[in-house]
Design a protein around this ligand. Structure first.
Ligand SMILES: [Zn+2]
Length: 446
């Protein structure tokens, strides 16, 4: 009698573990002690049946007697009534508060009992409702779960709730937090990480997600946050892990976990459209990602050209002359160029300074060589001016010094790539190459 709450909780929890929500027919009888009438919920109906039996007002079948023996002493008597009553009294008419995450018949969704909303994780669709509680019934003013607007509920401990909807739907809710979910601040999409935990892949969706470590094992999670303080609930046992969030730029943030480990997150949404690879919407041509031979903008794009014109004008004011010595190069032209280098220097050497057809950034119409595409341009005042200023016009120096093993190309002080002003500024400020910025590589596959 001392551990009444845990006693009942365990019984109900055991019953829940032993069944599968989505496939369980609504008529299935669960072994919940106290559920005398077999409606899979412990409520006043059961209490009345036991009371009636003890008072000699009604009979119970042998099966019902088993369930009516709440304290398990082999008899159905006043003690069972007391135990059942005390146990569910504290949960009777108790309306859930705050935000809860539901899983079960309708997939993952979020209830907010303050605002009276339920949000579908998959579509983001929100249903607003008014809900009243009476005994162990939740009555909604509209169909909140499929075509059902009424559910019987059971509390399992203080942070878990079982809803048994009409029409056989079942949902298990676990407590998420007091705060309503701030959807505009949620993380979304795929991120790769670096840092103390090695390379991991995270997929964020709503307030949920999953991640895989280097061993490939996946783990689901949910998270909540207040300001920059994040709490993750990892895995099925919802192990709590806290972290402090810090935004770095539009494609990066870091989490400093409670054990001190700093993990850097890089957004990495790789999409291939018509054979063209985009990483977070940025068109990529490098040794890993090739353009199809049919991709042919025919010239430097007008946006990149006008950005160059502005840069050229400002450079002139500073006393420097900038001209494009090589802009757009078609697949077939690059093919001729590369083959001529291979004939002259051999394939291995040609690969260090010339791109194979399809792999040249010049085919994008977004890259250009300025003034003099040779090592003699390095350290010239013009080269220095470009390195210091090109980001202001939306360009980055694509193959910086000392990054050959990352970009796949030796230092080219003359080759710039147009990214647009916002992004070029972020890449410049990061001090990273585009490959590092996006966590991609640049290596020929053969
Ligand atoms: Zn170039």
């Amino acid at each position: 009698m001392k551990n009444k709450r845990s006693f009942l909780s365990k019984l109900i929890a055991a019953a829940i573990i032993s069944c599968c929500f989505s496939s369980m027919p609504s008529s299935a009888r669960n072994s919940i002690h106290g559920d005398v009438n077999g409606d899979n919920i412990i409520g006043y109906g059961d209490l009345r049946l036991i009371q009636g039996y003890v008072l000699g007002k009604n009979e119970l079948t042998a099966d019902q007697l088993t369930y009516a023996d709440v304290d398990g002493d082999g008899r159905v008597d006043a003690f069972d009534i007391t135990m059942l009553k005390e146990n569910f009294n504290e949960h009777m008419n108790k309306m859930p508060q705050g935000t809860w995450i539901a899983s079960g018949s309708k997939g993952k969704r979020y209830y907010n009992f303050e605002k009276g909303t339920v949000t579908e994780e998959s579509s983001g669709a929100v249903t607003s409702y008014k809900c009243t509680v009476s005994e162990t019934n939740l009555n909604f003013d509209k169909n909140v779960c499929g075509d059902a607007n009424h559910a019987l509920f059971s509390w399992i401990g203080s942070d878990k709730l079982l809803l048994r909807w009409d029409k056989g739907y079942v949902e298990e809710l676990h407590y998420y937090g007091n705060a309503a979910i701030n959807y505009s601040s949620l993380l979304s999409g795929k991120y790769v990480t670096s840092g103390g935990y090695g390379k991991r892949t995270f997929n964020f969706k709503g307030i949920s997600g999953s991640f895989t470590g280097q061993n490939g094992s996946g783990l689901g999670f949910e998270y909540t946050f207040s300001g920059n303080n994040y709490t993750f609930y990892m895995g099925t046992d919802r192990k709590q892990k806290k972290a402090v969030y810090k935004k770095i730029d539009s494609m990066h943030f870091s989490l400093t976990w409670d054990d001190g480990t700093v993990e850097r997150f890089t957004k990495q949404d790789i999409q291939v459209k018509n054979g063209i690879t985009y990483v977070n919407g940025i068109l990529i041509a490098n040794k890993t990602y090739a353009l199809p031979s049919t991709y042919n903008p025919g010239a430097i794009t007008s946006e990149a050209q006008s950005a160059f014109n502005s840069m050229k004008a400002d450079a002139a004011k500073a006393g420097y002359t900038l001209t494009i010595c090589s802009g757009f190069r078609s697949y077939s032209y690059q093919s001729q160029l590369y083959n001529s280098y291979v004939n002259r220097d051999g394939k291995a050497k040609a690969d260090t300074y010339s791109a194979r057809p399809g792999h040249s950034e010049h085919q994008t119409g977004l890259a250009m060589d300025i003034n003099n595409a040779s090592d003699s341009f390095n350290n010239t005042p013009e080269a220095k001016w470009i390195a210091a200023n090109c980001w202001k016009y939306g360009f980055i120096l694509r193959y910086p010094q000392g990054k050959q093993n990352i970009t796949g190309y030796k230092y080219e002080s003359w080759h710039v790539r147009y990214l647009g002003k916002d992004l070029a500024k972020e890449v410049y400020n990061s001090g990273l190459t585009l490959e590092e910025f996006l966590c991609i590589d640049s290596v020929y596959k053969n």
